[in-house]
Design a protein around this ligand. Structure first.
Ligand SMILES: Cc1cc2nc3c(=O)[nH]c(=O)nc-3n(C[C@H](O)[C@H](O)[C@H](O)COP(=O)(O)OP(=O)(O)OC[C@H]3O[C@@H](n4cnc5c(N)ncnc54)[C@H](O)[C@@H]3O)c2cc1C
Length: 436
């Protein structure tokens, strides 16, 4: 019997599993595939919009939650975790990963250029994006400020990045402190393999892990850069070597930053790979490619997770269970053609907003996305109708939680880390107290 079975290896499952293991508990991390982190931008969004752009997420949290409370009868995950768990969660994640992977501040958002030339708020970001930071606090200018000159450079063999579009739009943004950037577009050529005309981002990143391949890119960037310009490139500057970007930047000799591209995103893969390595080094027992189909229970307590394995199902016993299996995007929540939403792994009761779940206006929030499992402040899953625990030893974290509009709010990773840390700490303390 393990101490804890964690279902799902996205950001919330990986982080909770590492924390539980570091506390000395035995942990089985069971997942059918990789999580959203792998597809993402490598940033940690705590709270980006409410709906206006947020400059100081934790200072604005109370007002945000009060607005949420007025608009919906479903509690937002941050109402359970509070600001302290957000601070603790992102701090813990940043410390685990180290400054080669993540820098920033949960208290202060910055804006980063996107692949369509907009400015997107986030709290933590890879150091390879630092030269592209626009401050949201007019009193503290970021690396890019009014009048800064940026050359957005496309790689001819990489088709998912259009420098003319990005540069054109970037120059149209009114900066928070007033003024605009100056931006132009240019191109280099860098086939991941000799003669290749169509290279994937991952293959280019892997090629740049090899120091001997970097020179060709450096020479072209030096030739096109003008004095005082900051160079922006697609986020493909190295995959496994965390020093590849710093080496490229120092060889080019000018400010340089990565702009995330549509999924799959290399910056997200870097974080995912590093967290997975940390989990394995900590001796978390990882069951990759394992679908959890259900669970055995008795007397209001979960006993074992049922894992689909070849030939027969395996019943994995544990003292506590953490459901970190994501939401609609990972198949844990499902909507049928009668607009009935279900939780597909444990058949849990869901918190569902009143009224139409999907409305037909293109813009604005869809109530459907706030459907999820309800919890108490220890992240124990409760029945929304009674507020009572469904199982005394079942916790939940991340995208499966009810009450958030993660994409609109830009709160997905913040919720994942805050709820993971909150749930892990509750499990640690309850198991130490002899919960069965
Ligand atoms: C493409 C993409 C872009 C995003 N962009 C943003 C953004 O810009 N800003 C933002 O705030 N948020 C964004 N998000 C959301 C954010 O990444 C997630 O909310 C956050 O990472 C939380 O993920 P999670 O750990 O809860 O679940 P996920 O990352 O979804 O992981 C779920 C895990 O559960 C596993 N699983 C599911 N079902 C089972 C089962 N039956 N048995 C075993 N394992 C199972 C999956 O294989 C996976 O490992 C994005 C997500 C995606 C996918």
């Amino acid at each position: 019997m393990r101490d804890v079975m964690v279902i799902g290896a996205g950001l919330s499952g990986l982080l909770a599993a590492i924390r539980l293991r570091q506390a000395g508990l035995s942990v089985a991390l069971v997942h059918k595939g990789r999580g959203g982190l792998q597809l993402g931008q490598g940033t940690v969004d705590v709270l980006g919009y409410r709906p206006q752009r947020v400059a100081r997420p934790l200072d604005e949290l109370d007002e945000f939650l009060a607005d949420q409370h007025r608009a919906s009868d479903i509690a937002h995950p941050y109402a359970h975790t509070g600001a302290d768990a957000i601070r603790e969660g992102v701090g813990y994640l940043a410390e685990l990963l180290g400054e080669d992977y993540l820098v920033g501040d949960a208290e202060v958002n910055v804006a980063l250029p996107t692949a369509v030339g907009a400015l997107r708020p986030t709290a933590y970001y890879p150091p390879s994006m630092a030269d592209g930071v626009v401050s949201l606090d007019p009193a503290k200018p970021g690396a890019l400020r009014a009048g800064s000159a940026v050359v957005v450079v496309g790689i001819r063999e990489f088709k998912d990045f259009t420098p003319e579009l990005i540069a054109g739009n970037l120059a149209l943004n009114d900066l928070p402190g007033g003024g605009r950037l100056e931006a132009r577009a240019d191109w280099v050529s860098f086939p991941a393999r000799d003669g290749e005309v169509d290279s994937t981002g991952l293959n280019i990143a892997r090629a740049l892990d090899d120091p001997a391949r970097r020179g060709a890119l450096v020479d072209q960037l030096k030739a096109l850069g003008r004095p005082g310009e900051t160079i922006a490139l697609p986020a493909v500057l190295g995959h496994e070597d965390p020093t590849a970007f710093a080496d490229l930047r120092s060889q080019v000799g000018s400010p340089l930053f990565e702009i995330p591209v549509p999924p799959p995103g290399v910056p997200g893969m870097r974080l995912n790979d590093r967290l997975t390595r940390i989990a394995k080094e900590a001796r978390v027992e990882v069951f990759l490619g394992s679908n959890v189909l259900g669970a055995d229970s008795a007397g209001g307590v979960l006993q074992a997770g049922v894992v689909g394995t070849t030939g027969h199902d395996t019943h994995l016993k544990a003292r506590a269970f953490l459901l970190a299996a994501g939401g609609f995007e990972s198949g844990t929540l499902e909507l049928d053609s009668y607009q009935k939403v279900s939780e597909t792994i444990l058949g849990l009761p869901l918190a569902i907003p009143a009224g139409e779940l999907i409305h037909d206006t293109w813009a604005g929030q869809q109530p459907l996305f706030s459907v999820g499992v309800a919890t108490n402040d220890d992240m124990v899953v409760v029945d929304p109708a009674t507020g009572e625990p469904v199982y005394s030893n079942l916790y939940a974290a991340g995208g499966v939680l009810a009450g958030a509009q993660r994409w609109d709010e830009k709160s997905g990773e913040g919720i994942a880390v805050a709820s993971a840390v909150r749930a892990a700490d509750a499990i640690i303390s309850n198991l130490a107290g002899g919960q069965r």
